[in-house]
Design a protein around this ligand. Structure first.
Ligand SMILES: Cc1ncc(COP(=O)(O)O)c(C=O)c1O
Length: 400
């Protein structure tokens, strides 16, 4: 066996790969585990989306390579969706580029802009792919703390001048994974001004923008005047339309960034399967009322979780968007201690906050991605475990 390239040091085994092995071992002992760890929607897409896929797959000309920038109707559908939801007009040919899931674009975008020694501003805790892509390009992540005292928004003015002199990209993600925090248009306005001042490209990952509750609407960064001079937004159908496995997303915004990404991607991949694109068009242009019904299901699950946590005296925030509940673990325990114990003793699987960076230590992430009855069952298990376990007794969280 050849030794691995040094580059492979950047890629530790993914937490979820290790977890699956562990879960398989527990299940082989007949233990029923309730998984509230992964952020993948458990419900299927609407039937009309699947019909569009099947219809397209029956066409004899649907099976060849497709245009590198996707079929025009796909880019048009994204432009129409942005107009409808945000009142934002984008040019489908210059300001929209389909991606093979937003993860693909998140990993690749730094390759187009980052030279060794350049800095990328990355939220901590945050989706780990921002760091992976930065490192792959030879860049240096500079972490922006997301803390409860600032509603999990970074303090951009606290970034040292020396860092700003070398920084090229700024990653943001609202509604946020893992904290479920949301950002206001006022915060976004400050981000745009900051990026203009320091010549940064803002990469806003809006993966959870359409999973919202209680009448809340998550804004797009592109709603702000001047935003498209310095910003791109990642929009994905993975979470919004329950299509995580279909791998269909888009980069939207600054035309120069889009042009560079197009050039890069024509060298790296060969785009989507046409039926996936046609189904994505159906997803964005067809009936959207099912999304509200689906969000209502997440809302009910969220309430089940929050009722239990609050009954136990936990100070978890009430998320108004995303798939997650983020809460502090009992004092004196690490995130991993807590999730390991919960897995072994209550048979509930949560994600330790520490996998999202040092800023996630002391927290856990609970995903609302299991059927409501299973979420209820998990919460009963958690309550029983919490009440009956001595190491949890001194728990008085003041973290959030
Ligand atoms: C913040 C964030 N961005 C991007 C992704 C990946 O989305 P996609 O399925 O479009 O690659 C995820 C998936 O969990 C995520 O949490």
């Amino acid at each position: 066996m050849l030794p691995l390239a040094h580059r492979m040091d950047l890629f530790a085994e993914h937490f979820f790969a290790g977890l699956s092995v562990r879960l398989a071992a527990l299940r082989s002992q007949g233990i029923d585990i309730i998984r509230l760890d992964e952020g993948a929607p458990d419900l299927p897409p609407a039937p009309h989306i699947i019909e569009a896929l099947v219809r397209s797959a029956r066409q004899p000309d649907a099976h060849s390579y497709q245009p590198a920038a996707g079929i025009p109707v796909l880019r048009q559908a994204w432009a129409e969706m942005y107009q409808r939801i945000y009142g934002v007009k984008v040019d489908p040919d210059r300001e929209v580029l389909p991606l093979i899931g937003s993860k693909e674009g998140i990993v690749h975008l730094p390759l187009a802009f980052i030279n060794p020694g350049d800095v990328v501003l990355v939220p901590n805790p945050g989706y780990v792919t921002y760091t992976r892509g930065t490192r792959l390009a030879g860049g240096e992540p500079y972490y922006l703390a997301l803390q409860p005292e600032r509603d999990f928004l970074p303090d951009l003015e606290a970034v040292p001048e020396e860092i700003l002199g070398r920084a090229k990209l700024l990653w943001l993600n609202y509604p946020n994974n893992p904290t479920s925090a949301t950002a206001s248009l006022e915060f976004f306005a400050a981000v745009v001004a900051f990026a203009q001042r320091h010549k940064l490209i803002v990469c806003h990952d809006a993966a959870y923008a359409q999973i919202t509750f209680d009448g809340y609407r998550a804004p797009s960064l592109l709603e702000l005047p001047g935003a498209r001079e310095v910003c791109v937004e990642f929009n994905t159908l993975s979470k919004s339309h329950n299509m995580a496995g279909w791998r269909v997303a888009a980069l939207i915004g600054n035309a120069e960034v889009i042009k560079a990404m197009y050039r890069l991607k024509t060298n790296l991949d060969s785009g989507h399967f046409r039926p996936v694109m046609e189904a994505a068009v159906a997803a964005m242009t067809g009936d959207q009322s099912w999304l509200q019904t689906r969000n209502e299901i997440y809302r009910q699950r969220r309430d089940v979780v929050l009722q239990t946590l609050h009954r136990l005296g936990w100070k978890a925030n009430m998320p108004r968007a995303s798939l997650y509940v983020w809460f502090a673990v009992p004092d004196g325990q690490t995130s991993a201690d807590f999730t390991n114990r919960l897995l072994e003793q209550a048979h509930v699987s949560l994600t330790p906050g520490s996998i999202f960076g040092s800023g996630g230590e002391g927290y856990v992430r609970l995903s609302l991605t299991a059927p409501t009855e299973r979420v209820q069952e998990a919460m009963l298990g958690l309550e029983k475990y919490f009440v009956n376990t001595p190491e949890n007794q001194g728990f008085h969280s003041n973290k959030g």
